[in-house]
Design a protein around this ligand. Structure first.
Ligand code: ADP
Length: 519
C-alpha cells in the first residue's frame, strides 16, 4: 500500500516535469515554425520578384527590338532585328567593324539572352518558332484575349518562371508574334534550399537547447517540492517524527514555502505534545483522588460498615476528594475555555476601578482574618480595558487567592493599580512564603506546584496561574511575577488601555451582538 502510494506520487512529479517540458518544447517548435514560415515566404517573395524583373527586362528588350517590324514575325525579319550584323550581310551592306559593333549590338539583349538561366523563344502568329537562344526552347502557349501572363511553376528546388508576351507592331498596332521567356531561377532555388537547410538546423538546435534548459529549470523547481511531499508523507505516517526540510539555500519563494512548512510542522508537533501532556497530566491528577476514594470504599466494605468511626472518617474523606475532583474538573474546563476567548468575547469592555473594588471587597468578606488593601490613587476614573469582566475578576481572584493560600504570618494582601503610558497595571502583593527564582519560571505551567503535598493540602491543583496566564495573554495583556523567598510575591498584570472612542465602538458592537453565555 505504502510503496504503491509512493510510486503514484513519483509518477505525479515526473508527469509535472514531462508536462512542463512538453509545453516549452511545443511552444518553441510552434514559434520557430511560424518564424520560419514568415522568413521563408518573405525571402521567397522578394527573390521571385527579382527574378520576375529579370524576365520582364528580357521580354521588354526583345519587344523593343521586334516591335519595329511591320508584318508578321518570321526568321527573315526577326534575326536581322536581333542581330544588326546579320541584317547588314542580308542587305548587302559592309560588315560592321569591331569598334562599331560595340555600339551597334544591343548590349541589353546580348546580356539577357546569354544568361544561362534564361531561355528565349520567339513565335510567329501560327505558333512556329522563329528564334530561340538555346536547346531548351520554352513551349508555345496559345494566347487568349489580349493579356500577357507570368506563370511561376513551383517545384521544390526546381522552381521556374515562364513569361509570355504578345508583340505588337508600333507601326500597325497589330499583333505580329509572341515572345516566351523561361527562367530556371537557379539562384533562387539555391538560396531557398540553403535557407531551408539552415532554418531546419537552427530550429532543431534551438528546440533541443530550450528543452534541455527547461528540463534543468523544472527539475530544479520540482526537487524541493518533492522533498516537501516526502517529509509530509513521513509526518503523515508518524506524526511524532522530527524530520524537517533542510535549508534549501535558494532565497526564493520555494525556500519561503519550506520555512513556512517547517514552522507549520513544528506548531503541529507542539499542539500534539501539548495535548499528550495534558491528557497525561489530567489522568495523573485524577488518579490520586480516585485512589483515595477507592481506598476508603474498600476499607468501608471490609470493616467500616459496623464501625461508625471508620464510616464517618471514610465518608468525610471521600466527600473531600470528590469535591477536590469537582474543583479540578472545573479548573480544567476553565483552562480549555480560556483558549477560545477570541471567538467568544471579542468586544467586551471592563471598567477596571469598579471590578477591583468589588473583588477586593468580596475577598475581604470571605477572608476576614486578612487585611486586603486597595490602592487606586494612580488609576484614573473610568479606566477601561478590552476584556470580559468575568475573566478580569477570575484573574484577580486567582492571584488574591494564591496570596492568601501561600501566606505565612503576615496576613495582608496589597492590591494597587495605575496607568503608565498606554497600559493599565494591576499588582497583587502578598507577604507569604515567596517563590524561588527557579520556580518562578515554572509556576505558570499546567499542574506545576512548588510543593506538591503542601499545595494539595491547601486545595491547589497547579492550574490557577495557567488559567490566569491564558486569560491575560488572550486579551493581549502580560502577566509576570516578582518574588523573594520567605518575604512574599508580587504578581503584575498589564493590559493596553482602551481609548474612549474605541471603548464606545466596542460597547455598541457588544450591544448588537450579546454573548450567549459566560464562563
Ligand atoms: P495552585 O492552584 O496549586 O495554587 P497555581 O497555578 O495558582 O496553582 O500556582 C502554582 C504554584 O505556584 C503553587 O502551587 C504555588 O506553589 C506557587 N504559587 C502561586 N502563587 C503563589 C504565591 N502568591 N506565593 C507563593 N507561591 C505561589
Amino acid at each position: 500500500m505504502k510503496s504503491k502510494r509512493t510510486k503514484k506520487e513519483e509518477t505525479k512529479h515526473s508527469s509535472l516535469i514531462v508536462r512542463w517540458v512538453s509545453i516549452v518544447s511545443l511552444t518553441i517548435t510552434v514559434s520557430f515554425l511560424i518564424f520560419s514560415i514568415v522568413i521563408y515566404s518573405t525571402v521567397s517573395q522578394q527573390a521571385i520578384h527579382q527574378q520576375e524583373e529579370v524576365s520582364n527586362k528580357v521580354v521588354a528588350t526583345l519587344d523593343n527590338s521586334l516591335n519595329v517590324i511591320r508584318g508578321e514575325l518570321q526568321i527573315s525579319n526577326v534575326v536581322p532585328n536581333l542581330s544588326p550584323s546579320t541584317r547588314r550581310v542580308l542587305e548587302d551592306e559592309p560588315n560592321i567593324s569591331r569598334s562599331q559593333a560595340k555600339n551597334t549590338f544591343n548590349d541589353d539583349l546580348i546580356s539577357s539572352i546569354s544568361n544561362p538561366d534564361i531561355n528565349v523563344a520567339v513565335y510567329n502568329l501560327h505558333g512556329e518558332i522563329v528564334f530561340s537562344n538555346g536547346d531548351k526552347i520554352p513551349p508555345y502557349h496559345k494566347f487568349s484575349g489580349n493579356t500577357n501572363w507570368n506563370k511561376i511553376n513551383i517545384v521544390p528546388h526546381d522552381t521556374s518562371l515562364l513569361v509570355s508576351h504578345r508583340i505588337k507592331s508600333i507601326r500597325t498596332g497589330k499583333t505580329i508574334g509572341y515572345v516566351i521567356v523561361s527562367n530556371k531561377m537557379t539562384n533562387y532555388n539555391h538560396l531557398m534550399k540553403n535557407l531551408l537547410h539552415w532554418m531546419l538546423l537552427i530550429s532543431i538546435f534551438a528546440i533541443i537547447l530550450f528543452t534541455l534548459i527547461s528540463y534543468i529549470v523544472v527539475k530544479d523547481v520540482v526537487r524541493p517540492i518533492k522533498k516537501m511531499a516526502k517529509i509530509a508523507q513521513k509526518v503523515d505516517e508518524d506524526p511524532n517524527s522530527a524530520v524537517r526540510i533542510e535549508n534549501l539555500h535558494r532565497k526564493d519563494e520555494l525556500e519561503d514555502l519550506a520555512i513556512a512548512f517547517n514552522k507549520m510542522l513544528d506548531r503541529m508537533q507542539g499542539y500534539i505534545d501539548q495535548q499528550k501532556q495534558f491528557v497525561s497530566d489530567v489522568s495523573h491528577e485524577l488518579r490520586t483522588p480516585v485512589a483515595v476514594i477507592e481506598g476508603h470504599l474498600n476499607m468501608l466494605s471490609r470493616w467500616g460498615k459496623k464501625d461508625p468511626e471508620i464510616l464517618d472518617e471514610s465518608i468525610t474523606a471521600s466527600v473531600q476528594e470528590a469535591d477536590r475532583m469537582k474543583h479540578l474538573i472545573q479548573e480544567m474546563l476553565d483552562l480549555t475555555r480560556a483558549e477560545q476567548i477570541d471567538v467568544q468575547y471579542p468586544n467586551e469592555v471592563t471598567d477596571v476601578n469598579a471590578v477591583l473594588m468589588r473583588v477586593a471587597n468580596n475577598m475581604q468578606m470571605v477572608h476576614p482574618d486578612f487585611n486586603v488593601q486597595l490602592d487606586l490613587d494612580d488609576l484614573p476614573q473610568e479606566t477601561e480595558i478590552q476584556m470580559y469582566q468575568g475573566h478580569f475578576e477570575q484573574v484577580l481572584v486567582i492571584l488574591i487567592d494564591n496570596g492568601i493560600k501561600y501566606s505565612t504570618d503576615r496576613k495582608q494582601i496589597n492590591i494597587s493599580a495605575g496607568v503608565t503610558q498606554d497600559t493599565v497595571q494591576v499588582v497583587v502583593q502578598d507577604f507569604g512564603e515567596g517563590i524561588s527564582k527557579e520556580n518562578q519560571k515554572k509556576i505558570f505551567n499546567r499542574f506545576y506546584r512548588v510543593d506538591k503535598a503542601r499545595t494539595r493540602e491547601k486545595g491547589g491543583n497547579g492550574l490557577g496561574l495557567s488559567i490566569a496566564q491564558k486569560l491575560v495573554t488572550s486579551y493581549r495583556g502580560e502577566i509576570s511575577v516578582d518574588s523573594v523567598e520567605g518575604q512574599g510575591s508580587q504578581f503584575k498584570i498589564a493590559f493596553p488601555v482602551l481609548s474612549k472612542k474605541k471603548a464606545a465602538e466596542l460597547k455598541a458592537k457588544t450591544r448588537d451582538n450579546k454573548p450567549k453565555g459566560i464562563l
